[in-house]
Design a protein around this ligand. Structure first.
Ligand code: SAH
Ligand code: SF4
Ligand code: F3S
Length: 440
């Protein structure tokens, strides 16, 4: 069966796509690049903001039209599939297979049944599942915890992905072993709240302990995402600082700099706590790379509140940030109880925040100029005279293609930096993969 999977959303969805793909491979599926060539199209959906939902709606509309002209099996999985909003779409657009994020292990059954197959349960098998290592990849994700126990008032994720369930540490370590054997050099531990790891299962290690164990496995690069500030304890900071394999790169979503807004968002910390965590991180790792998520235009956010977000940005001086306009999501408390701000206000604030981000990213990226950093080169860039890769701090980096002919780890002397990229030259002829790690 010619199969095409289209993935929206976050890294958790990318990981799930890989999981489903490997199941489909064992059923003999052949993968094609576009849905137009496929007999089976599977859409892995996201519901976090209105935009990805609308993208799925228009894609499903097109797929339904295509179904009138030729036999086509259409599947929908992921977060939107779990919601009434997604199920209504599935009915309207005659989706054949619908799997919630907790039911992915049912994909083989769904395909074999070849007719309407819906499963929205949260299945335990998923936590015990061990997907095979992707072939030829240098970088891979490993899910360590699914779901979310927080109740941020704007967020649909706890509804779509259910409560937190940690995976058994042995399974995580086995998955990483397999990845290492397949040539992977960078692993990102994944979860909505990785630092809640272990709390739901008696006898499991804490996130800090898990980091230390993974650190001993001899992989050059370990990353993790996403962390919640409320659980970013001294213990976690010490584990990162003491484990050289863990990249000095921390993504710590703050969402807003105003305590009034944080309270209305249901975030369980305050500005002072967050800034204290940043202080502790910097004290332990002075050259750490920091990024965050920010929401602008949360209901009731005043100009003063927004100014506090800007001033928090200045106090931290982030290396980069993901910035979102608040998007009211049906089924969330803030959708129900709060009045959305006018779009112009939200857009204008986003623009000011983006200016702030560009300023800081430019300034922070300059600190690498003149330094040698380790770049994981993935392959040719859009402009094929360059190869592209990223540093341990996740900076996209370009080097002349001739200097990095194969994917791998290279020591790179940074020559130039923009707010978005580093440019450099490979120093020394050899790849770094087997050499001691150089941190950036
Ligand atoms: N669990 C992670 C992130 C989950 S979603 C965390 O808490 O950090 C990724 C990001 O999407 C969030 O950090 C938030 O900034 C953004 N987001 C979530 N819901 C949103 C909404 N309704 N509107 C705009 N942005 C939203
Ligand atoms: Fe959403 Fe908050 Fe959970 Fe993150 S911590 S997934 S923002 S509810
Ligand atoms: Fe989207 Fe679900 Fe991820 S809603 S951001 S795909 S957890």
């Amino acid at each position: 069966m010619k199969t095409n999977i289209i993935t929206y959303g976050c890294q958790m969805n990318e990981y799930d796509t890989h999981l489903v793909k490997s199941e489909l491979v064992s059923l003999g599926a052949e993968f094609v690049d576009t849905w137009q060539e496929a007999d089976f199209v599977l859409v892995n959906t996201c519901a976090v903001r209105g935009k990805p939902v609308e993208k799925v709606r228009s894609l499903l509309g097109e797929l339904r039209k295509a179904k009138e002209k030729r036999p086509l099996l259409v599947g929908m999985m992921g977060c939107l599939a779990q919601l009434e909003e997604g199920q209504q779409m599935a009915r309207k657009f005659e989706v054949d297979v619908l799997l919630g994020p907790g039911a992915l292990t049912e994909i083989s059954k769904a395909i074999e049944s070849r007719h309407k197959f819906w499963d929205l349960s949260f299945r335990e098998e998923l936590t015990h599942h061990l997907p095979p290592a992707p072939q030829g990849a240098l970088s891979a994700f490993v899910s360590i915890i699914r779901g979310c126990n927080h109740h941020c008032t704007y967020c649909i994720v706890p509804t779509t992905r259910g409560p937190e369930v940690s995976r058994h540490p042995d399974l995580i370590l086995r998955e990483i072993e397999q990845l290492k054997a397949a040539g992977v050099v960078e692993v990102t531990l994944l979860g909505q709240n990785v630092n809640s790891y272990g709390k739901d299962q008696p006898g499991f290690p804490s996130f800090a302990e898990l980091l230390r164990r993974v650190g001993q496995m001899g992989l050059p690069r370990i990353k993790f995402t996403t962390s919640h500030p409320v659980n970013f304890t001294d213990d976690v900071i010490a584990a990162i600082a003491e484990t050289p394999q863990v990249c000095r790169y921390i993504h710590l979503p703050v969402q807003s700099g105003s305590n009034r807004v944080l309270r209305r968002m249901g975030r369980e910390y305050r500005r002072e706590w967050y800034l204290d965590r940043i202080r502790a991180i910097r004290e332990a790792m002075p050259d750490v790379v920091l990024s965050t998520d920010l929401i602008v235009g949360f209901p009731g956010e005043t100009e003063e509140d927004f100014q506090e977000t800007l001033s928090l940005y200045d106090e931290v001086g982030y290396d980069s940030a993901y910035m979102f306009i608040y998007s009211p999501r049906p089924g969330t408390p803030s959708y129900k109880h709060f009045q959305d701000l006018p779009r112009e206000v939200k857009v204008e604030r986003l623009q000011r925040l983006i200016e702030k981000q560009k300023d800081w990213s430019y300034r922070q990226n300059q600190r690498w100029v003149g330094q040698t950093v380790e770049v994981l080169v993935r392959g040719a860039a859009k402009d094929e005279s360059y190869a592209e890769g990223h540093t341990p701090g996740n900076h996209p980096t370009l080097v002349p293609a001739a200097q990095a002919p194969r994917p791998g780890l290279y020591p790179v002397l940074v020559k130039q930096a923009t707010p978005h990229m580093l440019f450099g030259e490979v120093v020394g002829a050899q790849e770094l993969a087997t050499l001691p790690l150089m941190m950036a």
